[in-house]
Write a protein that binds this ligand. Structure first.
Ligand code: PLP
Length: 395
């Protein structure tokens, strides 16, 4: 690898760049995870994550990627043969469904076109038809990272309640948490799944379940055979700030720093910042004459924007050109939309000038790769930034 001057633009929709404060926190010396000093670190992380999930209920922290926390959610709550209603928002919804199948559950997909979030009406219709209450859980992806669409979680809970159905609500907010609004308690979520490498601005390596009292109770006697993922053992030991096995100590230092930073900025400002950068990015995309993959107004993600390539042009070739010439990593299209879309991440440790640099990189890349477009997308984006006040900054 040869040195390239200037900073690399890591603009995939996670892992996102890690701020200096978090990097410094992680670089502290490892301590004894069963010693007297560790309890404060563990407690701060567990309590701190409750403020991010907006819950007073339990949060579990695993040394794993998000996929591990997906599995933990399924095996703690559901038993083999249980029906789960899932919604095809995109690649990650499809992967979660595949996992459910592998675990011996009976997932059922409501089909989607990958261009919007989960539809509460379709969920209500299906769940109303389940008179025998065979469906034990509804599982949706909050921010579908493969498409840049957001599912209306609160309305999905209302749909389940309107149908007077006892199904639990499971939500993957791996790329939504700490970037877009998420309210575990208020929205009546039973299990939420998240990961460290997106809005939490940490490297990959730790993942989370938030668990409602109802879900925790159901798992006491239900769920599948499990050991590493068992909430019960975790919860018992977490009460004193410790973990049943070696936790990712240094990641927890980083997590505590990231939580502090999110509260210093203010969670509502963090959410507004992501929305504003999403709106500006979409203005640039439309000015270029390209299409945003999400076409449900109001469901476009503040975390990332997936952009459709014009017919006959390869998204991967364009991304390779942008990386080679401008040192910017953009997200690839996954499975169904492979080579057809590229994804611009605008999440985490990000500001107006980062966005200007990112969009400049994309526009230069389009030019260099010979992708037909109208120049000047950056100006269109800057206009949006001008129009919407900067959250948390006095005018
Ligand atoms: N779910 C969503 C929405 C994701 O974005 C990802 C990863 O990007 C995953 C699940 C899988 O998480 P991980 O790759 O950390 O295992």
């Amino acid at each position: 690898m040869t040195h390239r001057s200037g900073r690399h633009f890591l603009q995939i929709p996670g892992p996102s760049p890690v701020p200096e404060r978090v990097l410094r926190a992680i670089s502290a010396q490892v301590i004894d995870h069963r010693g007297p000093d560790f309890a404060a670190v563990g407690k701060a992380a567990l309590e701190g994550m409750k403020t991010i999930f907006k819950t007073e209920q339990d949060v579990i922290i695993y040394p794993s990627s998000g996929t591990g926390a997906w599995e933990a959610a399924l095996v703690n709550l559901l038993s083999e043969g249980d029906r789960v209603l899932m919604y095809e928002t995109g690649h990650f919804a499809a992967l979660w469904k595949k996992m459910a199948e592998k675990l011996g559950l009976r997932p059922e997909f409501i089909e989607g076109d990958w261009r919007g979030g989960a539809d509460p009406d379709a969920i209500e219709k299906r769940i109303r038809a389940d008179k025998a209450h065979e469906i034990k859980a509804v599982a949706v992806v909050h921010n579908e990272t493969s498409t840049g669409s957001v599912s209306p979680v609160a309305q999905i809970r209302q749909a389940i309640d309107a149908a007077k159905h006892p199904a639990m609500l499971m939500v993957d907010t791996i790329s939504g948490l700490a970037s877009i609004d998420f309210r575990f308690d208020e929205w009546g979520v039973d299990v939420a799944v998240s990961g460290s490498q997106k809005g939490l601005m940490l490297p990959p390596g730790i993942a989370f379940n938030a668990v409602s009292a109802k879900a925790m109770e159901a798992s006491e006697t239900g769920g599948m055979r499990r050991s590493y993922w068992d909430w019960r053992e975790m919860k018992a030991i977490n009460a004193s700030g410790y973990f049943p096995y070696t936790p990712a100590t240094n990641m927890l230092y980083g997590l505590n720093e990231a939580i502090a930073m999110l509260h210093e900025e203010g969670l509502e400002n963090v959410f507004a910042r992501h929305q504003r950068h999403g709106a500006a990015t979409r203005a640039a995309v439309r000015h270029w004459g390209l299409e945003v993959l999400c076409r449900q107004q109001g469901q476009e993600s503040g975390v990332l924007t997936a952009v459709m390539m014009p017919e006959g042009h390869s998204a991967d070739a364009f991304r390779a050109t942008a990386l080679k010439h401008y040192d910017i990593s953009l997200g690839n299209g996954l499975s169904k939309v492979a080579d057809k879309v590229f994804r611009i991440g605008h999440l985490g440790d990000f500001n107006d000038l980062t966005l200007a640099g990112v969009l400049t990189g994309v526009e230069l890349g389009l030019r260099k790769a010979g992708v037909p477009h109208q120049d000047g997308g950056i100006d269109a984006a800057l206009k949006v930034l001008d129009e919407i006040p900067q959250p948390g900054v006095a005018a």
